[in-house]
Design a protein around this ligand. Structure first.
Ligand code: FES
Ligand code: FES
Length: 166
C-alpha cells in the first residue's frame, strides 16, 4: 500500500492503495464516484470510461499508479448546476434504455467533441464505435452527438441512414 495522489474533477485526492489497483475501483470504492461503471472489466465495452487529459480512457484496465493527468468523470461534467451540452443532448434525445453503458457513451462523446467539435456522421460512428450498448441505442446516440455538436437532431440523423455501430 502507498499514497497515490489523483486530480479528479478539479479536486486533489490522496488515497492509500495498492498502486496497481485499477483506476475504476479507486474512483468507485475510494472516492465514491459511481458514474464510471464496471461492465466487462477487460477494456472492451467502454462502460468504465473516464477522460484523462482529454483522452477517453478505460479505467477498468488502467493501473492507478500510471495516471498522471487530470481525470474527468461523469460527475465532473455539469458546472454550477448546469448540465454539460452532451448531457443535455442525451436527455433531449432520450438516449438511454437500461442505462448501463451510458456513462461510457457520454464520456466518449465528450472526448470526441472536444477534439472535433463538428464531426461528420462518419466521424461520429468511428469515434463512438468502441463504446458498446447491448440495448442498441446507437441511433439515438448518434442523434445526441449531433445535437450536442450544434448540428441537427434525430430527424436529420435518421435521414443519414446508417446506425452507429451497425
Ligand atoms: S468495464 Fe471497462 S471497458 Fe468494459
Ligand atoms: S442503454 Fe442498455 S446497455 Fe446501453
Amino acid at each position: 500500500m502507498s499514497n497515490v495522489t489523483l486530480n479528479v474533477n478539479g479536486t486533489t485526492h490522496t488515497v492509500d492503495i495498492d498502486p496497481s489497483t485499477r483506476l475504476l475501483y479507486v474512483l468507485r470504492n475510494d472516492l465514491g464516484l459511481r458514474g464510471p461503471r464496471f461492465g466487462c472489466g477487460l477494456g472492451q465495452c467502454g462502460a468504465c470510461t473516464v477522460i484523462i487529459d482529454g483522452v477517453a480512457t478505460r479505467s477498468c484496465v488502467t493501473p492507478t499508479s500510471r495516471v498522471k493527468g487530470e481525470i474527468t468523470t461523469l460527475e465532473g461534467l455539469a458546472k454550477d448546476g448546469t448540465l454539460h451540452p452532451v448531457q443535455q443532448a442525451w436527455i433531449d434525445e432520450q438516449v438511454p434504455q437500461c442505462g448501463f453503458c451510458q456513462n461510457g457513451q457520454i464520456m466518449t462523446a465528450k472526448a470526441l467533441l472536444d477534439r472535433n467539435p463538428n464531426p461528420t456522421d462518419a466521424e461520429i460512428r468511428e469515434g463512438m464505435a468502441r463504446a458498446l450498448c447491448r440495448c442498441m441505442t446507437y441511433y439515438r446516440i448518434q442523434a445526441a452527438v449531433k445535437r450536442a455538436a450544434g448540428g441537427s437532431s434525430a430527424a436529420d440523423a435518421k435521414s443519414g441512414g446508417k446506425v452507429v455501430g451497425s
